[in-house]
Design a protein around this ligand. Structure first.
Ligand SMILES: [Fe+2]
Ligand SMILES: [Fe+2]
Length: 237
């Protein structure tokens, strides 16, 4: 894959993808601060992870500015609202398992998948930034994996329930960005494949049987919130 030219189509698409990245990183900062309040024993570590996310947001603002592109932040906030809403609901209900699944497993697996796919088509300025961010996101996944693994198997059912709700919401977000991803050189299908792989590994490291993890993620990755799957009758989903 080669780095695409900075055509008007590329710049338009980049303004939306760059905004998603900036808003996603900013929300990750807020989510880790909310987790720090909810898990006082881990406050220091979680505030450190939050600060990393804040830096990521600033670094990607710089990437857009470097290309002379203004990110479409209102659109990105709108697209992220359902997933952010699920996270806030979980925090307010004291449901730490769901909060950790949404931020540390789902959002971080998506971040890792998106940055892995972006790396081969990124401009020269964005390459080292993306590489450094990728390492950080792995650390964030690792926090969630360790916390949830310590409570396995008690958390197996709540993790599954949360995934059933939140993964289709994340897939819907991705679905609405398909054309923009293609325009900047990313194959959305490849992104889903990367997400599925990283998410399965996360579930397996928590304690799920690899076969069980594969089955759950493969089933949910095919579902997009708001879109009725062709092979499932109304009322089942
Ligand atoms: Fe990040
Ligand atoms: Fe992260």
């Amino acid at each position: 894959m080669t780095v695409p030219e900075l055509t008007a189509t590329y710049r338009n698409a980049y303004s939306r993808i760059n905004a998603m990245v900036i808003v996603g990183e900013g929300l990750a900062d807020r989510h880790f601060r909310l987790l720090a309040d909810a898990l006082p024993d881990d406050r220091q570590e979680l505030e450190r992870l939050a600060a990393m996310e804040g830096r990521h947001a600033r670094d990607f603002v710089g990437c857009g500015r470097n290309l002379g592109i203004r990110p479409d932040l209102p659109l990105a906030r709108r697209l992220f609202a359902p997933l952010h809403g699920l996270f806030r609901q979980a925090i307010h209900a004291g449901d730490l398992v769901s909060a950790l699944v949404i931020q540390c497993l789902i959002i971080e697996s998506f971040a890792v998948a998106a940055y892995r796919c972006y790396l081969p088509v990124a401009d020269a300025e964005a390459v080292p930034i993306t590489q450094a961010v990728l390492g950080d996101e792995e650390e964030h996944l690792d926090y969630g994996e360790r916390w949830l693994a310590a409570w396995y198997p008690e958390v197996a059912a709540p993790i599954t329930t949360c995934c059933e709700r939140a993964v289709p919401v994340a897939m819907a977000m991705l679905h609405s960005l398909g054309d923009d991803l293609r325009a900047i050189g990313i194959d959305p299908t490849e992104l889903v494949v990367e997400f599925v792989g990283r998410f399965q590994d996360a579930l397996a490291s928590i304690g799920f049987e690899p076969r069980q993890a594969r089955g759950l993620v493969a089933r949910l990755a095919g579902r997009v919130a708001g879109v009725q799957p062709a092979n499932e009758p109304v009322g089942v989903v």
